[in-house]
Design a protein around this ligand. Structure first.
Ligand code: F6P
Length: 365
């Protein structure tokens, strides 16, 4: 029987996941004694009865690097440490099924696991590693908020989508003399907003790392108007908030999903500007999941492919408990423990921030 490596995708999907899967499978195909299997919807495929796993061969992964999403499916719910269970009183709780899962992996002949996921998924990887699982992490996130890697695939594709949205908003804003607010994703990191504001040439960029003063935002918007004529583009990160204000978020409503759902700050900003007397028309676009879908850019496919090959080579080298990383233009690895210690937020001394300011983009500060 061949040695089995299991690959899975966890957390929110991200353009480039399929390119990683394909690269793992193609690299593994060069080693005769190895076979790749995929677990459907992260670890849930292993935990379900009957199990949902599939053999991935070169035929299965043909041309998938071009596709967004993930052929394995993904989820932000469930997992080995927090499997949703219904309590007697009808409420939902969570069960730790990690020991059972490790036994199942053994039964399935899985010698190593490659877990492609963001911060939450890699924390699960580390916990499984501590329990003896031969696991390797591959970082993914459109938010670019992982500190252990200089880049994650998916981020550039998201920025491209958001920039194209700004390009479109400019023409309609200019035609109607309006203020257009574009709300982008990123959770508590302002990377997507910052890159988009620079690439799209926005007037205002509001990020979580720099709480804004609404009066300063208003001033920046007015500067683009001569009387009633003019227009302004405001890019706001979903996690941004006013000085002394709160983020706009709701609790998740889906069973098993514990992630707070950000969204709606663009509408709050529009209302606050109106309340301050802004007479220009304001329209809000929440770009949402359009940033996550679609075809990955070439850069993201290339990075993802390198991550996939590296992950499989780490399996061969027995480098378990580590996460693939892109540091200083090199594909390398870091311990999962270090990888999950801190986030990567926009550093206000970053040259990107300086460049934005240098071009007159206001952060509302
Ligand atoms: O972390 C990726 C991300 O797209 C965030 O930018 C966003 O806040 C969140 O996931 C959305 O999650 P969901 O797909 O569960 O709504």
């Amino acid at each position: 029987m061949k040695k089995r490596v299991m690959v899975l995708t966890g957390g929110g999907d991200c353009p480039g996941l399929n390119a990683v899967i394909r690269a793992v499978v193609k690299r593994a195909a060069q080693e005769r004694e190895w076979e790749v299997i995929g677990s459907i919807e992260s670890f849930n495929g292993v935990l379900r009865e009957p199990t949902e796993i599939k053999v991935l061969d070169e035929h299965t992964v043909e041309e998938i690097h071009i596709q967004g999403g993930t052929i394995l499916g993904t989820t932000t719910k469930g997992g080995p440490f927090a499997w949703p269970i219904k309590n007697k009183d009808g409420t939902w709780g969570a069960a730790d099924r990690s020991d059972e899962m490790l036994r199942k992996l053994q039964y399935l002949g899985v010698e190593a696991v490659i877990s492609i996921g963001g911060d939450g998924s890699q924390k699960i990887s580390q916990a499984l590693y501590e329990k003896g699982c031969n696991i390797i992490g591959v970082p993914k996130t459109i938010d670019n908020d992982l500190s252990a890697t200089d880049s994650t695939f998916g981020f550039r594709t998201a920025v491209q989508e958001a920039t194209e949205a700004v390009d479109k908003l400019v023409t309609t804003a200019a035609s109607h003399n309006r203020v257009m607010i574009l709300e982008v994703m990123g959770r508590s990191a302002g990377w997507i907003a910052l890159h988009t504001a620079i690439a799209g040439g926005a007037e205002v960029c509001l990020i979580p790392e720099l709480p804004y003063d609404i009066n300063k935002v208003l001033d920046a918007v007015y500067q683009r108007f001569d009387g009633e004529k003019g227009f302004a583009i405001v890019v706001i990160a979903e996690g941004a908030h006013a000085k002394g204000g709160k983020i706009v978020a709701k609790e998740a409503t889906e069973i098993g999903d514990t992630n707070v759902k950000l969204g709606g700050v663009g509408f709050k900003l529009a209302q606050d500007l109106k309340d301050l007397g802004l007479e220009a028309g304001i329209r809000v676009t929440v770009l949402g999941h359009l940033q996550r879908g679609g075809v990955p850019l070439a850069f993201d496919r290339i990075l993802a492919s390198q991550f996939g090959v590296k992950a499989f080579e780490m399996v061969l080298e027995g480098k378990f408990g580590e996460m693939v990383s892109y540091k200083e233009s090199k594909i390398t690895s870091v311990s999962l423990k270090d990888a999950t210690k801190e986030y990567n937020y926009v550093n206000l001394d970053d040259y990107l921030v300086k460049s934005a300011r240098g071009m007159g983009i206001s952060f509302g500060d």
